[in-house]
Design a protein around this ligand. Structure first.
Ligand code: GLN
Ligand code: ZN
Length: 764
């Protein structure tokens, strides 16, 4: 019998119950007990609905009120000192670690958050030092296992593995120089032993231990850590299903096959090619192999016939009792259910599977592989074949003109007409900018009034004309403000945009949107990624009218503002039938037309944001080149269609450039702006060391905080930057867009920024 399994389930609730409960608790509108109850309800619903869909191995312990890595840190007493001693309940300490706390005399910032592997989910980074005193403060795995049991559902608990826990963490500030978290493994293992033996005593037969770092290059440095850890854990734990996901094991299969664990889960969605080599190793062991056939990362209906074929390949080698059919990873990256999509067309709906539908898919695949003659299984399989055939038919008849245009891209379309040195002079003439030009990253405060107007338009409480008038007024006031404080390159403020990706998706052909397709990005922040369903093209200009209008209000250059092709793609659910390269190039061509139209409309600077360029880097270094070989040309394709006089800008919301420095240079944007205020100026040394040759605006203050930087602070910042960067390349701007800020601090901060720039002009 082939069993079916789900590695983890969305924890937000089908109707975002967890967000609502958590935020109500934060706002003091609900008690901790109410929150606990709401969370328990969501867990129970998840377990029972997975059971109803016929899943054999149902996860527990994967639920979280904020982040599962944070849960793990809190349970293991990995709590930085700054959160303690404030008389907070454990729950409030937990939230303080996740999001900071500023109330009743307590003022502690949030812990660092990082992107979880190559996804748009963020985890709270554990902080370790020599002082870390691991203790099991509570056994979440046991608690939730028992809770599920009481609800009539036998589960397979999920625990983050010890090696990944340490390697994903960082050295705390107080740690000695050179401290490596992995050195704590001997101290950590007794606590894991306690956790796992308690789980066994509670009656768990299996436990899923996640070691996702096994798909990273870094795992090779930790072979002995894996060996030490599992030789100690296996004897005391329930049967361990060692789970790897988001990529391929490659040579690491040789480590894991000898760890003595009972089972191994591999991701066959991201890396179907690893099945054969893994089987080759596994066949001479007793390992149970869990096949991640149903994607935990995308929202496309599984091609069950294809999955059955792969599953059969495994059965032929190791027999059906040693094969489990599973989701490729946790389903945390997918929305809860298609059942909540009331407005989506039947045709579109038939293409997709969200978390609950995916659970059904694993159950069906397992049943087919077990030779089930059940009429329901046969019907589900047949229905799937029909849906897949219809989708394939749609794919074939997608937009031929777009595909031809992509095929006709020539190398000269990727490069500007002249090199930067020439463009710089032409632009200098045209833009008449002072030394150290000042500008902002695009958005100005998205006030309550703006959000209300947008919501009213959505509900048809105001007309399109009324809304447009409202947006025009916003633009007028943003322009007047910039005029008043004396910035050099203006922006229109982006009041018309709900989101930097969705806004463009909604105005391009080839996207579908959900009503309720929320996925967790971090904490209580959920996003609703657009879905690319067919060839992408631009039915008409998107931003041109707004930029033109904004430009008409001022003599100063107005910067057009677009989201780049790589970022639009990385923050959407991509198609599964054509490569990301093709999709990105289609987006790039659409944006290229937009940039050209902006220039023709009299706009003299255009910014194309690529904050997601870096997070799209593949997990293994050998794959980087393949990604960059289309990601970089896509940006260039979007921006190179204009004359030398158009000043292109790009923006990146991170400060970690070491790995992709040459790529940033290759983009050949006339000006880039980057986050720099929180990093020490080491970042600028990277730019100096590599000899970055185009213009650059390292952010002079942190926009993530309402704090107003003083004029002196900004002057000091500029002076420090000029130690490293040539004066004729420096731009002066904040770290990122201002949409989450209030007007008061925005005015004060930008006023200081402009004054500091004036000082710099006189001083240097
Ligand atoms: N132009 C965007 C803004 O200012 C950039 C946002 C981002 O980089 N994430 O809001
Ligand atoms: Zn940014």
């Amino acid at each position: 019998m082939v069993q079916s399994s789900v590695l983890g389930f969305p924890r937000i609730g089908a109707n975002r119950e967890v967000k609502k409960a958590v935020e109500a608790y934060w706002g003091g509108k609900q008690s901790a007990d109410d929150l606990t109850k709401a969370a328990a309800d969501v867990r129970k619903t998840s377990w029972t609905s997975l059971k109803e869909r016929g899943v054999d191995l149902i996860p527990s312990g994967d639920f979280s009120l904020y982040d599962h890595v944070l849960d793990h840190s809190a349970a293991f007493n990995v709590i930085p000192k700054r959160y303690l001693g404030h008389n907070l309940s454990p729950l409030d300490v937990y939230f303080a670690m996740g999001r900071g706390r500023q109330a009743d005399g307590v003022d502690v910032p949030a812990s660092e958050m990082k992107k979880w592997f190559d996804s748009n989910y963020h985890f709270v980074v554990p902080e370790f030092s020599e002082e870390t005193d691991f203790k099991l403060l509570f056994n979440k795995a046991v608690e939730e296992f028992k809770e599920a049991k009481a609800a009539g559902v036998a589960t397979r608990p999920v625990v983050l593995g010890p090696v990944s826990f340490l390697v994903l963490g960082k050295a705390a500030k107080e740690a000695k120089p050179g401290f490596q978290p992995i050195s704590l493994l001997p101290k950590l293992l007794p606590v894991y032993k306690q956790l796992l033996s308690e789980l066994k005593a509670a009656g768990a037969q299996w436990v899923q231990v996640d070691e996702p770092i096994l798909v990273l290059d870094v795992a090779a440095n930790h072979i002995s850590a894996f060996q030490d850890a599992y030789s100690q854990l296996v004897p005391v734990a329930p049967s361990i299903m060692l789970a790897t996901y988001y990529g391929r094991l490659d040579a690491n299969i040789n480590i894991v096959s000898k760890l003595g664990v009972a089972g191994l889960h591999i991701d066959l969605d991201r890396a179907p090619q690893q099945l054969a080599p893994v089987l080759e190793v596994v066949k001479s062991t007793n390992l149970i192999l869990s096949l991640g056939l149903v994607s935990g990362r995308n929202i496309w209906k599984n091609d069950i016939a294809a999955s059955v074929k792969l599953g059969q390949q495994a059965i032929d080698v190791i027999g059906s009792d040693r094969v489990i059919v599973a989701t490729s990873s946790s389903l945390l990256h997918t929305p809860v259910t298609l059942a909540n999509e009331k407005k989506m067309s039947a045709e579109n709906k038939d293409w997709f599977a969200f978390a609950l539908e995916k659970a059904e898919e694993v159950a069906t695949i397992a049943a087919v592989l077990s030779g089930s003659q059940d009429a329901k299984v046969t019907a589900a399989f047949e229905a799937n074949k029909a849906s897949i055939a219809k989708r394939r038919e749609f794919e074939r008849t997608s937009d031929d003109a777009v595909r031809k245009r992509v095929a006709a891209i020539t190398p000269d379309m990727l490069n500007r007409k002249s090199p930067f040195a020439v463009r710089k002079e032409v632009q200098k003439q045209k833009l008449q900018l002072p030394k150290f030009p000042t500008t902002t990253i695009g958005s100005f405060p998205q006030t309550k009034e703006i959000r209300t107007a947008r919501a009213k338009l959505g509900k048809k409480e105001i007309t399109e004309e009324e809304y447009n008038e409202f947006i025009k007024k916003e633009i007028q006031s943003v322009v007047a403000f910039q005029e008043r404080i004396g910035l050099d390159i203006f922006v229109h403020g982006e009041p018309e945009r709900n989101d930097m990706v969705q806004y463009f998706g909604e105005r391009l052909n080839g996207f579908v949107f959900t009503e309720n397709g929320w996925v967790q990005s971090y904490g209580s922040r959920y996003v609703r990624p657009p879905i690319v369903v067919s060839d992408v093209s631009r039915p008409g200009p998107i931003t041109v009218e707004w930029s033109k209008y904004a430009q008409s209000l001022t003599q100063k250059p107005m910067k057009g503002m677009l989201t780049g092709p790589v970022t639009i793609l990385n923050w959407s659910f991509p198609r599964a039938d054509v490569s990301r390269e093709i999709q990105c190039k289609q987006l790039a061509l659409a944006l290229r037309d937009e940039v050209i139209d902006l220039e023709n409309a009299g706009i003299s600077a255009v910014q194309v944001d690529e904050p997601a360029l870096r997070e799209g880097l593949p997990l293994r270094k050998v794959d980087w080149e393949a990604y960059l070989s289309w990601a970089l040309p896509s940006f260039k394709l979007a921006t190179a269609g204009v004359t030398d006089a158009l000043q292109t800008h790009s923006h990146f919301c991170y400060s970690d450039f070491d790995d992709i420095f040459t790529s940033i240079q290759d983009l050949d944007a006339d000006v880039i702006s980057i986050e720099a205020s929180k990093s020490d100026l080491k970042l600028l040394n990277t730019f100096k060391q590599y000899g970055y040759s185009n213009q650059i605006g390292p952010g002079v203050y942190d926009i993530h905080s309402p704090r107003v930087p003083s004029e002196q602070e900004i002057k000091d910042r500029i002076a420090a930057m000029l130690q490293t960067l040539p004066a004729d390349l420096l731009y002066i701007n904040p770290d990122c867009g201002l949409k989450t800020r209030g007007w008061k601090e925005t005015e004060a901060s930008l006023d200081n920024l402009v004054k500091a720039a004036k000082w710099a002009r006189e001083t240097y």
